[in-house]
Design a binder for this molecule. Structure first.
Ligand code: NAD
Length: 495
């Protein structure tokens, strides 16, 4: 069985003492091993990134941009191959994996505009003979730590902007589906990125802690679950690093009585069960305003569920693949059985659906009568489970959303522009959709939640990433007329 290597200074390394298994979730088969980096291996990767820094930050901006133009072309040419790698280790269906590649491509396209993005500001003659300009300089070595659910898109969210800004990177992808990051490092190299600018180390908490504690790592980008995001934020910021740590979610979709209920049912099914619910922007709570709305929607969603095709992601007929591991499947099933015990009504019970073979499949579930205080509502499930919460009014829907500890995404379905506009203003959530169930911003905007969905000040990719991955410096210059030079002990004043 092959061992998936680290990439350090352009070399692929596999001689680790510890390794972990990688599965194909559709078959349950153990398909590879991945090396787990120890502290020494992480130190090698950080040293490689540090050594590559002067050369990369000194590379002309147009030449840097060339790498991204070439990378874009390579990603387009090889997106099928990359999608197959994602499906094999993650389980999502091929069309969804290809969608992930194309969303990641937006970050490469954004990064290719780096000459424009890194422009500073200039003010002439702020005082007699004095000009001021600002520049954006790289922060240094950046650690990027990513989750299993988007094994190519999330690494691109981070690495594209970090590298465009002149930094060097150590990427620690999820140990559950590490091959996409290896493929990305190889493509970056083919696109002309010098060795050491992007290093990949695999592993678990040992590797992550080594990155968080290493004095030469200056910034940390993390995406994963809320408890780990919080711990990463606390530890890395205590070590003096700049940190952005994106966490979990519980995304509510509000359906008003005036909405197009067929469109809302299509959106709810797609957004809650797509990728088996393993998306941080998945809809997991359907907030129905009025019982008539709830009853009608539950009927329409149940009809659609009956037609869903669940199976191996490589089968073009499959619409939903398996969960990532057998343990995760047991955890997701526990929420559904627990919901019934807590007094909710399980309308569709996916846990009882049988599948051939040893894959980590589960059917989709729909649970009605869910309320705050029930585990199925309070916790992130990260599986194909949609909870219905019935409320009497728009105000009650907004209050519910704003009281939730997560605040990644939310959406409203309505035909009323005034209601939509009020929702946009009143929902205390980082990303809002109006008749759009998964409002992931395009690459020219930044992505991020509020409250327990993000620890730190900066959202990820887009304009905020340029701010996060650079330090600004302001230069005040005087080129006075030599004939006016004189000693003056007063405090410098511009008046
Ligand atoms: P996770 O938190 O288990 O793991 C994320 C990363 O942290 C992995 O690289 C993992 O190896 C590492 N890690 C795990 N445990 C650690 C520990 N104790 N100490 C240090 N590092 C540790 O998350 P996951 O299960 O891979 O991904 C799913 C989660 O990610 C969900 O909660 C989902 O909502 C979230 N997510 C959030 C966003 C977002 O943008 N907000 C995007 C994608 C996924």
């Amino acid at each position: 069985m092959g061992v998936i290597p680290h990439v350090i200074a352009g070399a692929e390394v596999t001689d680790d003492v510890r390794t972990g298994p990688v599965f194909n979730p559709a078959t349950g088969e153990r398909i590879a091993e991945v090396g787990f980096a120890d502290e020494a291996r992480v130190a090698e990767a950080v040293a490689a990134a540090k050594a590559a820094l002067p050369g990369w930050r000194g590379t002309g901006l147009v030449k840097r941009a060339d790498v991204f133009f070439r990378l874009r072309q390579l990603l387009l040419e090889r997106s099928g191959e990359l999608a197959a790698i994602v499906t094999r280790e993650h389980g999502k269906v091929l069309a969804d994996a290809a969608g992930e590649v194309s969303r990641g491509l937006e970050n490469v396209e954004f990064a290719a505009g780096l000459v424009h993005l890194l422009k500073g500001e200039y003010a002439e003659q702020v005082s007699r003979g004095v000009d001021v300009h600002s520049v954006k300089q790289p922060v240094g070595v950046v650690a990027c730590i990513t989750p299993f659910n988007f094994p190519i898109m999330v690494p691109l969210w981070m690495t594209a902007s970090a590298i465009a800004c002149g930094n060097t990177v150590v990427l620690k992808p999820s140990e559950k589906d590490p091959s996409a990051s290896l493929f990305l490092a190889r493509l970056f190299a083919e696109a002309g990125l010098p060795d050491g600018v992007l290093n990949v180390v695999h592993g678990d908490k040992v590797a992550v802690d080594a990155l968080l504690d290493h004095p030469d790592v200056k910034a940390v980008s993390f995406v994963g679950s809320t408890p780990i995001a919080k711990a990463i934020y606390t530890r890395a910021s205590a070590n003096g690093k700049r940190v952005q740590a994106l966490g979990g979610a519980k995304n509510h979709m509000v359906v008003m009585p005036d909405a197009d209920l067929d469109a809302a049912a299509d959106a709810a099914v797609s957004a809650s069960y797509g990728a088996a619910g393993e998306r941080c922007m998945a809809i997991s709570v359907l907030v129905c305003v009025g019982d008539a709305t709830a009853d009608a929607l539950i009927g329409k969603i149940t009809e659609r569920i009956a037609r869903l095709k669940i199976g191996d992601g490589t089968d073009p007929a499959s619409e939903m693949g398996p969960l990532i591991t057998a343990e995760h499947r047991a955890k997701v099933a526990g929420y559904v059985t627990g919901a019934a015990a807590e007094g909710a009504k399980v309308v569709v019970d996916g846990t009882s659906q049988a599948f051939d073979g040893d894959g980590f499949f589960i059917g989709v579930s729909l649970v009605d009568g869910v309320r705050p205080g029930m585990k199925v509502y309070d916790e992130e499930i990260f599986g194909p489970v949609l909870s219905v919460v019935r409320v009497a009014s728009y105000d009650e829907a907004v209050a519910l959303i704003n009281a939730n500890r997560f605040a990644n995404g939310t959406a409203i379905f309505t035909r009323d522009g005034g209601t939509a506009r009020a929702f946009e203003a009143e929902a205390e959530v980082g990303m809002v959709g109006v008749n759009v169930p998964i409002p992931v911003p395009v690459g020219a905007f930044s992505f991020g939640g509020w409250r327990d969905s993000l620890f730190g000040d900066s959202h990820i990719y887009g304009p905020e990433s340029i701010h996060f991955y650079t330090r600004s410096k302001v230069v005040t210059s005087r080129w006075p007329d030599p004939s006016e030079s004189q000693v003056n002990l007063g405090f410098p004043s511009n008046h």
